[in-house]
Design a protein around this ligand. Structure first.
Ligand code: ATP
Length: 242
């Protein structure tokens, strides 16, 4: 079943057309990746789905509800969450305060505490430093905190904007393991990545954006084997095993 349906979406910043006629589907339980060079419109797509930028044309349906004109908080209440590029952790707040920010829309305080404990069980580094400012975390740990904060909203679909950017190879591996694990637990994922090889390995479907338009879309293994994609994003290397 389609969880997120983006159809013929167009977004402009003044005269700059950032997205033109973009369509994409995320089915329940899927990881879908959006690939593309800098400025292709990937972040704009995620922001438009979240309602942070106005759409000029097209539609966004989530869980069969038309959210095209809905306010961001209405979309979040439906289970949409964004882990933004650059993580946007509040470094002067404690780890725990950052996590609680993710639950600010929830009124079920008992369940919120349970969720937080589950996050601490998953991330012992965060648990150990729960009362310390987030500034004491490494970049990789801050990314885990950003994902933990998003989990606090109990999302149905998590959108991740270039989560591996600037992380050490060890944390990149941990990050992709985590995405797999969360997905295995039932979370649907829309993943924007520059790490094309890793993103294609983890995803069930992929879409390539170029200058705001979809130029390729389909099964990740097929895309990975496509010479155009190899030349542009995989350094001409061989297709990753799926
Ligand atoms: N606030 C803005 N005002 C004007 N133009 C913008 C704004 N944000 C993005 N753009 C332009 O819209 C286009 C798409 O940008 P976007 O950030 O969505 O691309 P991206 O694929 O996410 O790139 P990156 O990987 O660099 O984040 C680019 O031409 C960019 O310059």
């Amino acid at each position: 079943m389609a969880l997120l349906e983006v159809s013929s979406l167009s977004v402009s910043y003044g005269r700059v057309a950032a997205l033109a006629d973009v369509s994409l589907t995320v089915r329940e339980g899927e990881i879908v990746t959006v690939l593309g060079a800098n400025g292709a419109g990937k972040s704009t797509l995620l922001k438009a789905i979240l309602g942070a930028v106005p759409v000029k044309g097209g539609g966004i349906t989530f869980a069969d509800i038309d959210l095209t004109r809905a306010a961001p908080h209405k979309r979040m209440a439906q289970g949409l969450v964004l882990v933004p590029e650059g993580r946007r952790i509040l470094i002067s707040l404690t780890v725990e305060e950052n996590l609680l920010l993710g639950a600010h829309m929830r009124t079920d305080t008992g369940a919120v505490r349970g969720e937080m404990n589950a996050i601490y069980d998953r991330f012992s580094n965060l648990a150990e430093r729960r009362h310390m400012p987030a500034s004491c975390l490494s970049g990789g740990e801050q990314q885990m905190l950003a994902i933990g904060r998003a989990m606090m909203a109990r999302p149905r679909l998590m959108m991740l904007d270039e989560p591996s950017l600037g992380l050490s190879p060890l944390f990149v591996s941990k990050l992709f393991d985590l995405i797999r694990e969360l997905n295995a637990g039932g979370l649907s994922v829309l993943l924007v990545e520059q790490n094309t090889g890793k993103a294609l390995k983890v995803a069930h479907a992929a879409t390539v954006l170029e200058l705001g338009r979809v130029t390729m879309a389909g099964e990740p293994a097929a895309l990975a084997a496509d010479p155009r994609l190899q030349a542009a994003y995989l350094g001409g290397g061989s297709a990753p095993a799926h």
